[in-house]
Design a protein around this ligand. Sequence first.
Ligand code: PGA
Length: 242
Amino acid sequence: MRVIRAKDYNDMCRKAASILCAQVVLKPNSVLGLATGSTPLGVYRQLAEWNALEDVDFSETTTINLDEYVGLTPDDTQSYRYYMDNNFFRYVNILPENTYLPNGLAADKTEECARYDAIIRACNGIDMQLLGIGNNGHIGFNEPGTAFEKGTHCVSLTESTISANSRFFDSEADVPRFAYTMGIRAIVQARHIVVIVSGAGKAEILKDSFTGPVTPQVPASVLQLCSNVILVGDEAALSLLV
Ligand code: PGA
């Protein structure tokens, strides 16, 4: 694993964006695995800035997102489709038909999971996966206890995730209880994984993930088994990692 130390959130975002940018410059038709949440926002802003300057071209790039809430329409402001459209896709020259997220409104959950896994396979897997880590160690919505070998599946969100994500909703009661997530299997099979973490609040889980036992109880700990991980963290997040 490579650890790249950043001064602060903005520095972390620029460094992570430059790695993604290099990937797309080197391979314009890259398949990028993308994430939502607070942490990637500055990464997307930076990539949009470089795209506007024509330093990076996404016209041949495909994106496959990690997860989506069950039951939210794409134009619901809390859906991850809405997040991606409005924080990244609309600001860059990516083709909408090359951007994939699970369909939160799918009638049949089993079929939707199979459809998503088929998309990942048809794209020949993920060249570079951008990944945040949840307070409880989740990656995507693979909550503690998830078997590493699972493909895309529908999960019941834990109380800690519901509480952490309630900051984006009017109230905790509005947070969907179920979500689709890419499985850990597809994440670890990505050819490169760029983990981004910021803030003192993530220091403890980062330490557990990278120096504790590899266990489904800490899903991000599986990353210890991957040789292709680049961890980009700011000083506060990395403070407990020696
Ligand atoms: P955050 O979420 O970026 O909003 O902290 C990370 C995650 O839950 O994966």
